[in-house]
Write a protein that binds this ligand. Sequence first.
Ligand code: ADP
Length: 493
Amino acid sequence: MTFSSIKISHQIREFEEKNAIEKKKHILSLISGYLKDEGLFQTAKCLSIEASVVNSYEVCDNIDLPTILREYESYYYARFQKYPKICKKVEFSVKEKDVNISRKKNGRKITSREATDCIVNNVKDSQGNKNLTYEVKEVKSVHDELSAGLTVQPVNLNNTPKVKTSNECEDFEENGKFLKPLDGINGFCSEWKEFAECISKEICVRNPNVQWNDIIGLQEAKKLLKEAVVYPIKYPELFSGILAPWKGLLLYGPPGTGKTLLAKAVATKCKTTFFNISASSIVSKWRGDSEKLVRVLFELARYHAPSTIFLDEIDAVASHRDGSGEHEGSKRLKAELLIQLDGLLHSNDKVFLLATSNLPWELDTAILRRLEKRILVDLPSPDARKCMFQHYLPPVTLNTPNLECDLNYNHLAQITEGYSGSDIKLVCKETVMEAMRSVFSVLENYDDEASFPKLELKKIITDDVEQALKRTKPSAAHVEIKYKKWQKEFGSV
Ligand code: ADP
């Protein structure tokens, strides 16, 4: 090596070292600025003394730690389709047996990193074969949460990637869903941002917590929904080519039969961004601007993909009317919906439209064609009605006051043909309310809460429910035939 090349490499090293020192200074200045912004002046002072941060530096107003964090989150999401988790290294215990099992499950050799974190026992079995067993050091498990909204989880010391349970894979994150910051979308006008912020409020960030088992009956609808929405997200590799997932699905049927409940179960089970939009509110709130709102809605759904747009009562925005009498705004809105649905059908965007309608025959045929899968959510069968009565009026309810029921559930199921799920719920409520009325009249005679007598409700019998049935008429019995007819012509099932 010549003298000049030694000199150059020395200069490069010097430059790199200087650069690293400079970077450290910047980071410390940013932290110091952040602490001051947060009013933590003592801590900032300590930092500046300890780290010799020069106070004469001011952090530029276009850069601060929250911005850097947001940008990092956007970048991370774009790269890995998930949000970064800031992990705190804590030590925890794993029973020796568990470690061995996980080794077997993972079927791989221990890494050098793991070797430092484990006590490796080299033992021989009865046949003299060498066996390695591993013990992970120390005991303690800490789950913590940073105020920045980032989840802090213990890092597994043995560094094995955490295998998700099926529940974790399917369900919402326990603390709700993190949303990608909107700052990641650039180049849009303030009106667009206003719409985007408005729609963002309709995104379900909380787990609606409706399980498939909470929905009584509707086995066929549940099966089809799982196939159409849940499995393609859970097992994407199986859904390609001819099995490419549906882009639009319509749940139709009489009111109160559980369409919204089904959509909530989808939201619970899928880790997609769930936009819960009521079509009638688009029209009423955004009259005139509705088509812009629809465009922004689909753009946002693509931005937050994988996404599910749940459009309740789609007939409110997509009904067919004879051209002459139709409002100009409504035509524009429908045209935009068609454009967006076409866009979905011809793209690989992971956006799915789940729509519901009580009046499918009112739907515009062009829109209907784009809702490829149409599932009838029918009135409950006798078995489902029996389960509903058992669910809402079980033999004993430990409440205040306790409620006892002695009911002929089979008989009630037989006499409630034509009642929807929500009708049956209403009948049950009405029955209990009737029993409560006698309690209310007793309570009204007491002025002092302390002297209230022990409340006891009379046992509810089948006749009580029959009385309530007389007062609650089925809301959709007369139209059932119409749905069946429409199903034959246009439905998928
Ligand atoms: P839809 O969207 O079809 O009009 P919803 O899903 O909003 O009906 O149902 C209204 C209410 O009726 C639900 O909140 C639920 O209490 C009850 N309900 C309807 N169908 C069912 C069902 N299959 N299982 C359990 N509850 C039901």
